[in-house]
Design a protein around this ligand. Structure first.
Ligand code: FMN
Length: 190
């Protein structure tokens, strides 16, 4: 059982990281192996638009620090995707990741897409934002869950939207950390 996290926050000790780490701890306590891609410190590029993945299905021709993590999306058992909101949308590091995930959407005869990710994986999400209303960025958050998780055939088992982050940092919010741990255990099948 392998639970992998894709962390889009540049801040290794920030809010997104605290919540992702709590999820990974929950998963580890339930017996899972865990790993984390910290996108900001990876030597990674955005999609180069070569469309090689339209013929070589499930394979991104851009080889860099993200490549092993894109590959692991096919083999892991559960995935966490987390990032802060920047300028009313997901942060740029996460957008680069989502564009590369295009390689995991394979063209379907007659239109639409199939997934290069085997079915049956679990998925969870973490979002941190300064604004108080959890519903404020609902469209962006729903889009991210679709593109990086459920659209690939994964089943979402939990989502944390950490709002008002300037007032209440995630690392000091015990209830939220416990919720993240519980989601982590669900990711590991407990
Ligand atoms: C460049 C930048 C843009 C931001 N834009 C928004 C925004 O549009 N809406 C919002 O609610 N918070 C915004 N924030 C605040 C972050 O979302 C917030 O501080 C979040 O908790 C950061 O997460 P982190 O600690 O995981 O990095 C912005 C922060 C930065 C640095």
């Amino acid at each position: 059982m392998h639970v992998m996290a894709i962390n889009g926050s540049p801040r290794k000790n920030g809010n997104t990281s605290a919540l992702i780490h709590a999820m990974l701890q929950g998963a580890a306590a339930a017996g899972a192996d865990t790993s984390e891609a910290h996108l900001h410190t990876l030597d990674m590029k955005g999609c180069m638009g070569c469309l090689s993945c339209r013929t070589k299905h499930g394979i991104c021709a851009q080889k860099d620090g993200l490549s092993p993590f894109l590959e692991a999306m096919k083999s892991c058992d559960a995935l966490i995707v987390g990032c802060p909101i920047y300028m009313y949308r997901i942060c740029g590091q996460m957008k680069l990741f989502v564009d590369r995930v295009y390689s995991l959407y394979t063209p379907k005869e007659g239109g639409g897409y199939n997934s290069a990710v085997p079915a049956g994986k679990r998925f969870a999400m973490v979002i941190s934002q300064g604004a108080p209303g959890q519903e404020q960025y609902e469209r962006s958050i729903r889009w991210l869950a679709g593109m990086a998780g459920t659209g690939l055939g994964m089943r979402e088992v939990g989502r944390i939207i950490h709002a008002d982050s300037h007032v209440a940092p995630a690392s000091q919010n015990e209830a939220l950390l416990r919720e993240a741990e519980a989601i982590g255990r669900r990711l590991a099948g407990q």
